[in-house]
Design a protein around this ligand. Structure first.
Ligand code: PGA
Length: 264
């Protein structure tokens, strides 16, 4: 596989995906703690993704800090009869500047498809929300030797919605389904292989200027494995679930990614 050169400067990104955890008051006290713990300049883009209910309060609590606010999902329509859904402009006004799209829990538990991912991607771009497109294979797919086909298809269908994606606006996250919440982290070799594949496919669809697209890894990232993960050349950052819920643990992951602190 021939790979396009990556464009410097390289971004390093850590996102805490809280999933369906934390009330508004819990969320606000958490971000106060974490933004204090991360006040130094680590050179890392730091994001938290609270539930919808806490977005506005978290955004207000983080104003003036280096920590950004991401939503965990969005709907592509602007308004209307879509009970239970949240529009891109509602998210933006609540203070979100990024959004997770196509997380595997959305796909497996709520029936999201690659076609839906493409529509959500377009909606996020139209509303200046940084899209974080999540892809990944199941264990059965990997065991059957289908990883490459699955990842390639998720990218092709998810990104080819007819919308040009401006360079620098997209973030991809590789989250093998078998590594999410299982304590079973992918190996460095597996991550490097898939991240190279993602970079190749994204560049093939979006053009060489997309070769610098940051590619995050997610799936059982912890303070104990972040140093090894941070050493993988193809990895630009991490999407962290369970270990992002405690401020100390999330701060250690950010510092580990930065290589700025010793992880004990
Ligand atoms: P985990 O979740 O870190 O708890 O494995 C990652 C994710 O689902 O984004």
């Amino acid at each position: 596989m021939s790979l396009p050169d990556r464009q410097p400067p390289r971004r390093r990104i850590a996102i805490g995906n809280w999933k369906m955890n934390k009330t508004v008051s819990e969320a606000v006290s958490f971000v106060r703690e974490v933004s204090g713990a991360l006040s130094g300049d680590h050179g890392i883009e730091i994001w938290v993704a609270p539930p919808f209910t806490a977005l506005a309060a978290v955004a207000a609590a983080l104003e003036g800090t280096r920590v950004g606010v991401a939503a965990q999902n969005l709907f592509w329509e602007e308004r209307g009869a879509y009970t239970g859904e949240v529009s891109p402009s509602q998210l933006a006004e609540a203070g979100a500047r990024a959004v997770l799209i196509g997380h595997s829990e959305r796909r497996s538990l709520f029936g999201e498809t690659d076609e839906g991912v493409a529509r959500k991607l377009r909606a996020a771009l139209d509303h200046e929300l940084m899209p974080v497109v999540c892809i990944g294979e199941t264990l059965d797919q990997r065991t059957a030797g289908d990883m490459e086909a699955v990842i390639s298809s998720q990218i092709a269908k998810g990104l080819e919605g007819g919308t040009p994606v401006p360079a620098g606006r997209l973030v991809m996250a590789y989250e093998p389904v078998w590594a999410i919440g299982t304590g079973r982290v992918a190996t460095a070799g597996q991550i490097a292989e898939v991240h190279r594949l993602i970079r190749d496919r994204v560049s093939a669809i979006l053009g060489a200027e997309a070769s610098g697209t940051p590619i995050l890894y997610g799936g059982s990232v912890t303070p104990d494995n972040i140093v090894e993960l941070a050493g993988i050349d193809e990895l630009d950052g991490v999407l962290v679930g369970g270990a992002s819920l405690k401020s100390d643990s999330f701060a250690r992951i950010v510092r580990g990614l930065a290589g700025a602190a010793e992880i004990k």
